[in-house]
Each structure stands twice: as structure tokens, then as C-alpha cells.
Design a protein around this ligand. Structure first.
Ligand SMILES: [Zn+2]
Length: 176
């Protein structure tokens, strides 16, 4: 019972050879033959030599046109698989490129903000330094002027006052 079922399942398995067979189940290479039956005249098939010599034995039989059609389907399926793989790889690559681009944009914005912040700090420092320098120069000038005014005698002060008044009068007169 079990042996007959295993035999029948083995035969069922043997009958479902898909595509172009390379060898017969017996190990022999396959040749191509032409059918001479009324049902399939001139139809070509695969068969080993032993099968033709001993027709009672169970050897591989396959119509060539069917085998070729199956082979085309196999190639087509492989082609579809490749297309699927390619699509998956393309989508994966696109996602990676997108994420890298987002990272670069993000880093660029960070750098831009850092640069802006540094520029603001630098401008502030320059303004502070300029203002400090101006104060120092003003202080120095005041000290110098005071020192000169203090060092000059009252006659010099009067002479300077007269000269200033003269200059102002000259300017006034010139504009009239
Ligand atoms: Zn065979």
C-alpha cells in the first residue's frame, strides 16, 4: 500500500518536469525525435534511447513545443523577479538619497545660522571696540586741550579768543 503510493507519487513527480529537460530519469542524455502517430504527426519530443528500445519501461517523455513554452514562462518569471528586485533597489536608493539630502540641507541651515550668529557677534565686537577707541581718543584730546589751555598764559588765551572772533567775523562778512 505504502510502496504503491510512493511509486505513484514518484511517477507524478516525474511527470511534472517543467521546462527543457537535460537528462532522462535513468541518467541517459535525451535525444529529439519526431512523432509518427495520427494524434501528433511530426510533433517533436524528448526521449532517451533506452526508452525507445524498451517501451515497457517508464522514462521521461516531453513534447519539445511544451518544454520551450514552459522555458519561456520560466525566463519570464525570472525577468519579473529581476524587475521586482530592481524596483526595490531603486526605491531603497531613492530613500537613502532623500535622507542624505535632508541631512545636508539641515546641516547647511545649521552652518548658515552659525555663520549669521558669528557675524552678529563680530559686528558687535567691532562696534564696541570702535566706541571704546572713540572714547579713549576723545578723552586724550580733552586732556591735551586742557593741558594746552592750562599751560598757556592769560595773554595767549585772549589772543586765541581774538583770533577766533576775527575768524567768525570774517566768515560772517564773507557770506554777506
Ligand atoms: Zn531513460
Amino acid at each position: 500500500m505504502s510502496s504503491s503510493s510512493s511509486t505513484s507519487s514518484r511517477q507524478a513527480c516525474r511527470r511534472t518536469v517543467y521546462g527543457v529537460p537535460s537528462r532522462c530519469w535513468c541518467g541517459q542524455t535525451l535525444d529529439t525525435w519526431v512523432s509518427e502517430t495520427k494524434e501528433n504527426p511530426y510533433r517533436r519530443f524528448y526521449r532517451c534511447k533506452i526508452a525507445l528500445q524498451n517501451k515497457a519501461e517508464n522514462h521521461l517523455f516531453k513534447w519539445i513545443d511544451e518544454a520551450l513554452l514552459e522555458e519561456i514562462r520560466i525566463v519570464d518569471a525570472k525577468h519579473q523577479d529581476l524587475l521586482c528586485d530592481l524596483k526595490a533597489v531603486t526605491e531603497k536608493t531613492k530613500k537613502e538619497v532623500d535622507s542624505q539630502r535632508d541631512l545636508i540641507v539641515c546641516r547647511g541651515e545649521e552652518m548658515h545660522n552659525e555663520f549669521k550668529e558669528k557675524m552678529v557677534q563680530m559686528t558687535r565686537s567691532i562696534e564696541e571696540a570702535t566706541s571704546k577707541m572713540k572714547e579713549e581718543i576723545d578723552a586724550k584730546l580733552n586732556t591735551d586741550i586742557n593741558a594746552k589751555l592750562n599751560s598757556s598764559g592769560p595773554m595767549n588765551k585772549i589772543a586765541a579768543l581774538v583770533a577766533i572772533c576775527g575768524a567768525v567775523y570774517y566768515m560772517y562778512w564773507k557770506h554777506l
